[in-house]
Design a protein around this ligand. Structure first.
Ligand code: S3P
Length: 442
C-alpha cells in the first residue's frame, strides 16, 4: 500500500450517520489509571491506534497484564507504585506527547531507572514543562536539553507540592496529578484552563480530589497514596476526530451528517462554539452524561454563508487540536478572521501554526502574521481550486495529513498528500470512514 493518497475530485453530496473512534485523551488516561488500580479494569471502544499501543506496551513493560477480548480490553492493575520494573527498562512513547508526559507522573514513585524514548517528532518536543514540577516533587530526571530521551529515577519519598501550571496544558496538569498519587500529603495545583478529563476520572474512580473552578484558573487538590479500585469505561467518540467530518460537511454542498456518541466535554468544544459563531449549521442532539463527561450526537449541515471570526484566546485551549480546521473554515468565510496567543500550536507534533501559514498560502489565501503567535486570515468565499498540490509532511503529523485531505475533498484541485501512515497514531479509520461517506481516492 502506498504511503500517500491522491485526490482529484470533491466529495459528492452525502447524507449519512457515522461514528468515529474512541477519544484519544480518555483512552490513554484509562490505560494509565487502570495500570495502578486494584484489580481488573475493562474498557470498551478503546481507541485502537499507535498512541494507545505505545501506552499498552509501556504498562506491560512495567509488569502489568493486559488482555484483549473481542470487544473490550482488560487491564489487571497492580495498585499504586507496585510496578515490576526490570533493569534497563525502556518505554517507547512513539509519537505521543500525552503518553510520555503522563507516564512520567505514574512512574515517579519507582526507584529504578526508567528511560523514556519517542519518535523523531516527540524527540523535538519540550519536556521542561513536566521536568520542573517533577523535580520539585523530588524526582530525579536526567536529560539533554529537556528533550527525550529522558531517564527518570523516582523514589518512595515523593513530597507533595504546590504548583502553578501557567501554560494551560492538560498534559502538564495531569502529569502533576498522577505524580501526586505517589506523594505523601496533599498536592495543590493552580492551573490555567485546559481539558479536565483527569480530574473527572479521579473523582469518578474514588481518588480524593477537590476542584474549584474560576473563570481563569482551576484549583485542584489531590490526596496522595490513596489506593483505588478497578473500573469499567465505555470510551465515547473523539471530538478531535469528529471535527474533520464536521468541517467536511460544512464545506461540501447539500450534505448532512450525524456523528454519534461524541464526548462534548466543555473543555473540548471550542471548535463547535467557534463554528456556530461563524454561522455554521451545527446542533448537539441527544445530550447525556456518562462518567462525569458530557456526550451528544453532532448534527451538521452544509453551510453557505460562513462569516469570519475574531477568536477569543480563551477558546484556544478548548480547540487546540482543531485550530487548523478553524483556519481552513476561515479561509472560505466572508471577512477577516483573527486568531492570537497561539504559541502552543508550534509545540505540537509539528509546528502547526507555521503549517497554517504554509497551507493557506499554497491555496491562495492571504494571511498576515500577528507577532509570532497569531494569524489574520482574509477569507475568500468564492475559493475554488484547480491546480496541483503536493504535501510532504516530514514530521508525519497526523492532523496535517487529515487537514489536507479535507481541504482536497472540499475545495477541489489535484492533490497528492504524503505520509498517510501518520493517521495510525490517532485515527486509523479516517480514510475508511471517508470512503463510506463517498470520498474517492486514486
Ligand atoms: C492532550 C492535551 C493537549 C492536546 C493533546 C492531548 C491530553 O495537549 O494537544 O493532543 O490528552 O491531555 P496540551 O495539554 O499540551 O495542550
Amino acid at each position: 500500500m502506498p504511503n500517500h493518497i491522491k485526490i482529484d475530485s470533491r466529495i459528492k453530496k452525502f447524507n449519512k450517520k457515522i461514528t468515529v473512534s474512541g477519544d484519544k485523551s480518555l483512552s490513554i488516561r484509562w490505560v494509565l489509571l487502570a495500570s495502578q488500580a486494584i484489580g481488573k479494569s475493562k474498557a470498551y471502544n478503546l481507541l485502537e491506534s499507535e498512541d494507545i499501543k505505545s501506552s499498552l506496551n509501556s504498562i506491560s513493560k512495567l509488569g502489568v497484564k493486559i488482555l484483549k477480548k473481542k470487544n473490550y480490553y482488560e487491564i489487571n492493575g497492580l495498585g499504586i507504585n507496585n510496578f515490576n520494573v526490570k533493569k534497563n527498562c525502556v518505554l517507547n512513547a512513539g509519537n505521543s506527547g500525552t503518553l510520555a508526559r503522563l507516564i512520567l507522573g505514574i512512574i515517579s514513585g519507582t526507584n529504578k531507572k526508567i528511560k523514556i524514548i519517542g519518535d523523531k517528532s516527540l524527540s523535538k518536543r519540550d519536556f521542561k514543562r513536566v521536568i520542573k514540577p517533577l523535580r520539585a516533587f523530588g524526582v530525579k530526571i536526567f536529560t539533554k536539553k529537556n528533550n527525550l530521551p529522558i531517564i527518570i529515577k523516582g523514589n518512595n519519598f515523593i513530597r507533595s507540592i504546590r504548583y502553578f501550571e501557567n501554560i494551560g496544558s492538560a498534559q502538564v496538569k495531569s502529569c502533576i496529578m498522577l505524580c501526586a498519587l505517589n506523594a505523601e500529603g496533599i498536592t495543590k495545583i493552580k492551573a490555567k484552563k485546559s481539558r479536565d478529563h483527569t480530574e473527572i476520572l479521579f473523582k469518578k474512580i474514588g481518588i480524593p480530589v477537590k476542584i474549584k473552578k474560576t473563570a481563569k484558573f482551576d484549583y485542584i487538590e489531590v490526596v496522595g497514596k490513596h489506593e483505588y479500585n478497578s473500573f469499567e469505561y465505555r470510551i465515547p467518540g473523539d471530538i478531535s476526530s469528529a471535527s474533520f467530518f464536521i468541517v467536511l460537511t460544512l464545506l461540501s454542498k447539500n450534505s448532512k451528517l450525524i456523528i454519534k456518541n461524541i464526548n462534548v466535554n466543555n473543555s473540548r468544544t471550542g471548535i463547535i462554539d467557534c463554528l456556530i459563531k461563524m454561522n455554521s449549521k451545527i446542533k448537539l442532539i441527544n445530550r447525556r452524561n456518562y462518567m462525569g463527561e458530557k456526550l451528544a450526537d453532532i448534527y451538521v449541515k452544509s453551510t453557505k454563508n460562513l462569516k469570519s471570526i475574531n477568536c477569543p484566546p480563551s477558546i484556544n485551549s478548548r480547540a487546540i487540536d482543531e485550530m487548523l480546521l478553524l483556519f481552513l473554515v476561515a479561509s472560505v468565510s466572508k471577512g477577516v478572521s483573527k486568531f492570537t496567543n497561539l504559541e502552543e500550536l508550534n509545540k505540537k507534533e509539528s509546528k502547526r501554526l507555521d503549517w497554517g501559514f504554509k497551507i493557506l498560502k499554497m491555496i491562495g489565501i492571504k494571511t498576515k502574521k500577528i507577532s509570532n503567535h497569531g494569524i489574520k486570515i482574509y477569507g475568500n468565499p468564492e475559493l475554488k481550486l484547480d491546480k496541483k498540490f503536493e504535501i510532504m509532511n516530514y514530521l508525519k503529523d497526523h492532523r496535517i495529513f487529515m487537514l489536507c485531505t479535507i481541504a482536497a475533498l472540499t475545495l477541489g484541485g489535484k492533490w497528492k498528500i504524503h505520509d498517510k501512515n501518520s493517521i495510525k497514531t490517532s485515527f486509523p479509520l479516517f480514510i475508511n470512514i471517508l470512503k463510506k461517506i463517498g470520498a474517492k481516492f486514486n
